[in-house]
Design a protein around this ligand. Structure first.
Ligand code: NDP
Length: 276
């Protein structure tokens, strides 16, 4: 029987994970299957048990299941502990379930390896203080930025999140208003605003000369934040499609011990995007 893998989420219909993991499997000659399964939060516990009892080897978990997956794991990686959320579950030989969060490393690889953006000594601003923001803070910190600001619509959430990581780096939380007069080398949009074609209210002059913009969201057309970056003369203004493929590649490596080549898969998705 083929080793089974899947992504659980709700909704899940538009997930690109099956396409990505099947492409990785084909490329690396792995015999495995990968399906998408619609799993609402109240069915998560039963669905996970059923999956691992019937040949399941590894799962991706997406919205709204990442926190539940974190509770389900018997062992957590350091980055999953920092994120308090899990997007990858892997069944170990001894029957224990290992939980990891590959979102942050996916973002960092897309920024640094695919796009040559330096994080070392950079002044970084993250917009948003939800699950995605929490998942990327630690991996960004590992690259020794000069400072990290988190700005959020609900400022108290940004302040609380910054406090959790304080002492490790120069990190502050604030409202969007409080960004006035500051400048950043890299602005990362981790809000869900792009999903409703919206843009957080950003003051003028926020992006330093040759600064870069990165939207975790991706869409067929440039997102409002990617457009904002271009209007504000960003060196690069990128969406999160590369991060999506890179986080998947890290999950694939955890499961199969093989690192797929991400570039052809990113190109394939971009081309498929362009045609839809
Ligand atoms: P959450 O629901 O956990 O957090 C949403 C955040 O967005 C909150 O900080 C919220 O602010 C803010 N927000 C929502 N709407 C607006 C708006 N109109 N204006 C300003 N702020 C807004 O979502 P996630 O953190 O899980 O996801 C955030 C984004 O990251 C999504 O677009 C998601 O698709 C993307 N993502 C991409 C990945 C990839 O691989 N490329 C991986 C993971 C996530 P408040 O606290 O005030 O409500």
């Amino acid at each position: 029987m083929k080793n089974r893998y899947a992504v659980f989420g709700h909704p899940i219909k538009h997930s690109k994970s099956p396409l990505i993991h099947r492409a990785f499997a084909e490329q690396t000659l792995q015999t495995m299957s990968y399906e998408a399964q619609d799993v609402p939060a109240d069915q998560f516990e039963t669905a996970v048990k059923d999956f691992f009892n019937h040949g399941g080897k590894g799962l991706n978990c997406t919205i709204p299941l990442k926190e539940l997956a974190c509770l389900k794991a018997d062992i957590l990686s350091h980055r999953a502990q920092a994120a308090k959320a899990v997007n990858t579950l892997a069944l170990q030989e001894d029957g224990m379930i290992f939980g990891d969060n590959t979102d942050g490393i996916g973002l960092v690889r897309d920024l640094t390896i695919n796009h040559g953006i330096l994080l070392d000594n950079a002044r970084i601003l993250i917009l948003g203080a939800g699950g995605a923001c929490r998942g990327i803070i630690r991996p960004l910190m590992d690259h020794h930025p000069q400072s990290l600001f988190i700005a959020n619509r609900t400022a108290s959430k940004a302040v609380a999140l910054a406090e959790e990581f304080s002492g490790l780096i120069d990190i502050k939380g604030c409202s969007f208003d409080q960004l006035s007069g500051r400048q950043f080398d890299l602005i990362i949009n981790a809000t869900a605003a792009s999903l409703s074609n919206d843009l957080p209210p950003l003051p003028a002059g926020l992006l330093a000369d040759n600064g870069n913009c990165y939207d975790l969201a991706y869409a067929n057309e440039p997102t409002p934040f990617v457009q904002w970056g271009k209007i504000n003369n960003a060196g690069k203004s990128l969406d999160g499609l590369g991060m999506l493929v890179e986080q998947a590649a890290e999950a694939f490596f955890i499961w199969r011990g093989v690192k797929p080549d991400t570039q052809p898969v990113i190109t394939r998705l971009r081309n498929a995007h362009a045609m839809t």
